[in-house]
Design a protein around this ligand. Structure first.
Ligand code: NDP
Length: 292
């Protein structure tokens, strides 16, 4: 069997086009421009690339982009003061603080300072609680993108066995919550899981969010399963820098029914969902109907 490739790039382009259409309507009919503020502290090279891409995508869909680049030695008080200012700014509907923050800053404190309604990353403790209890919330972008692709591929997910490898607060746990919300039977695996291969092999839906290059191999995949590879790992192979996922693509694609590639799978969906969340936040802030 050769797996169907789930084209996250094309899917994301479609989501962005729908967002752009909605933004144009908001401008014309309501005189509103959704605005996203992104805060970057320090010089982390990967973070700088992500922030640049987010800015370009925000502008492209017709939203306002507010970039705040702060020195690596910015104090917690200064950063919190900026968040307070953004919370109070009616032109800003979404606020994202790029992680990881430099070590002297307390990420939890900073994230929980963002007004929950503007927390487009969905990391604020209120949004985590709302998601966990099945209430309307801001949903973390990466798992939301994965869910959208899974729903598109499968239609209904109810009753499917889903295994999420990884239990981080930003990917693994919210991914598991979303799959549970769609009535999957969910297992969360992690570094202490016994016989990971056997656990993975039970999955109709296998989500890898581990941060270990090509760790999930074809012999861990149930024939016909859908494999979602969240991993983004920069490695060197044959003297060349390469981007690979947490899944060993060739061996997994030979067994799976469908698979997301890296790059071109989950990554582009993450930014598209960030834009969709910002649009949702703008609609909610103004009492308007939310995008579907
Ligand atoms: P974390 O490092 O926060 O979490 C990794 C998880 O994997 C942990 O729960 C850890 O278990 C588990 N794990 C580590 N080693 C093993 C192992 N040998 N067997 C089983 N489980 C293991 O990573 P993130 O969740 O932040 O990110 C995961 C990956 O997704 C990374 O490659 C990251 O770059 C990528 N990513 C991609 C995004 C995108 O837009 N596509 C967005 C965000 C992340 P334990 O808890 O026991 O330590």
């Amino acid at each position: 069997m050769t797996a169907k490739v789930i084209d996250g790039k094309a899917f994301a382009a479609n989501v962005r086009a729908q967002v752009a259409e909605h933004v144009a309507r908001l401008k014309e009919e309501n005189g509103l421009t959704p605005g996203l503020a992104v805060v970057l502290v320090g010089e982390d090279p990967a973070s700088k690339v992500y922030v640049k891409n987010k800015h370009a995508s925000t502008i492209e869909v017709g939203m306002a982009s507010f970039e705040h680049r702060l020195e690596a030695n910015t104090s917690e008080a200064e950063l919190l003061a900026l968040i307070d200012q953004l919370n109070a700014d009616p032109a800003v509907h979404g606020i994202l603080v790029q992680l990881p923050l430099p070590g002297h800053l307390n990420s939890e404190l900073v994230i929980n300072r963002i007004a929950p309604a503007k927390d487009v990353d969905g990391f604020h403790i209120s949004n985590v609680g709302l998601l966990g209890t099945g209430q309307k919330s801001m949903v973390p972008c990466t798992p939301l993108g994965c869910l959208m692709m899974l729903r598109d591929h499968h239609g209904k997910l109810a009753g499917l066995n889903a295994v999420v490898v990884g239990r981080s607060n930003i990917v693994g746990k919210p991914m598991a919550q979303l799959l549970l919300g769609d009535s999957c039977t969910v297992t969360i695996a992690h570094s202490r899981t016994k016989d990971l291969a056997e656990v993975c092999k039970r999955a109709d839906i296998l989500v890898a969010a581990v941060g270990r290059p090509e760790m999930i191999t074809g012999d861990m995949v149930k024939p016909g399963a859908t494999v979602i590879d969240v991993g983004i790992n920069r490695i060197e192979r044959d003297g060349k820098a390469r981007l690979v996922g947490d899944v060993h693509y060739d061996s997994a694609a030979a067994v799976a029914g469908a698979i997301t590639p890296v790059p071109g799978g989950v990554g582009p969906m993450t930014i598209a969902c960030l834009l969709a969340n910002t649009l949702t936040a703008c609609c909610r802030a103004n009492g308007l109907a939310e995008p579907e």
